[in-house]
Write a protein that binds this ligand. Sequence first.
Ligand SMILES: NC(=O)C1=CN([C@@H]2O[C@H](COP(=O)(O)OP(=O)(O)OC[C@H]3O[C@@H](n4cnc5c(N)ncnc54)[C@H](O)[C@@H]3O)[C@@H](O)[C@H]2O)C=CC1
Ligand SMILES: CC(C)CC(=O)C(=O)O
Ligand SMILES: [Mg+2]
Length: 358
Amino acid sequence: MKTTYQIALIPGDGIGPEIVAEAVKVLKQIERTESVQFEFSEVYAGGIAIDKFGEPLPDNTLTTARLADAVLLGAVGGPKWDQNPSHLRPEKALLGLRKELGLYSNLRPVTLISGMEARSTLKAEVLSGVDLIVVRELTGGIYFGEKKREKTAQGEFASDLLIYHEHEIERIVHQAFSIAQNRKKHLTSVDKANVLESSRFWREIVERIAPEYPDVQVNHMLVDNCAMQLLLRPSSFDVIVTENMFGDILSDEAAMLTGSIGLLPSASLGEGTKGMYEPVHGSAPDIAGKGIANPAATILSAALLLRHSLGMETAAQKIESAVQKVLSQVRTADLAAENEESVSTQEFGDRVVAALSK
Ligand SMILES: NC(=O)C1=CN([C@@H]2O[C@H](COP(=O)(O)OP(=O)(O)OC[C@H]3O[C@@H](n4cnc5c(N)ncnc54)[C@H](O)[C@@H]3O)[C@@H](O)[C@H]2O)C=CC1
Ligand SMILES: CC(C)CC(=O)C(=O)O
Ligand SMILES: [Mg+2]
């Protein structure tokens, strides 16, 4: 008897549909070899939903995501919608899904894939031993605080409120400590406590929780220093826990340790097993429709979906090994050296499927 799982697919905009299609191919191959069946429901969010339905996150999309066991998302956004008023902006969909599904924890593992060192901007000796994870708070902070634009007698002003409640910090910090317990037992909490009150609050809470995890060594680092240390001594990090915007920025930076942002997956989790899985990168409008996007980050996000939402660790590892194997043979355009041949998005996906069937 096969277990059936409902997977909501939200391809989104730009390269989203191209990369999600490859991850779906891979999941369909998993269906052939494991005792599972996936029922995929494809729904719209982001710019495409604005065009079709006049809103970035239609009710049907949210309901489908709520009812699913897990959500696989491509990316949303693009220049077509850049000048839209705030309620018609594609990122509203992403932030809305994260908030409505209660996905407060965004895990962004940064793992070096053998052979990719040459594509990193750093020297091989600096990269040696890099294996870190960014645990980013995902439903609080400045992305969710009140936004204002007002004309006053002194001129116009704009503001974004950065607010964190105690319980929001506590739950992500607990999660980061327990992740560290299962890794190298080293947690770096990143903040800007020399300037921001919300960061001083964050630091106090980390200090208060730390004694509950005596086996984990914790240190605090200011975010500007962290941005620098990620390039200077990336292998000194194990688990990085940080607030929403810092985690967003630091994880794009950390992606380049691996050679391309096209390689970095992510899992967004809450209290239950429901999760949303998406590449760290955006909709890459500059390469959309050309068939050259790297689908690895989305395929690896599908592996995280199997691991975290469906408890299919072995299948997740099989996908990860298949991606590694394919990357040892061919490269997509983002990873190819000058004058080196590259494979298309589709061919990369086909090769991962072929590697899984062996
Ligand atoms: N999760 C999401 O849905 C996100 C959406 N965005 C949106 O995406 C749009 C573009 O944002 P950008 O700042 O340009 O960031 P981006 O991550 O889309 O692209 C940055 C650069 O990386 C390249 N790139 C990204 N993914 C790639 C892949 N899989 N294979 C090969 N190259 C890849 C792009 O071609 C581009 O040169 C914006 O509308 C932004 O709001 C940005 C980040 C996350
Ligand atoms: C809407 C943004 C917060 C998307 C983004 O850049 C991300 O989550 O990484
Ligand atoms: Mg980002």
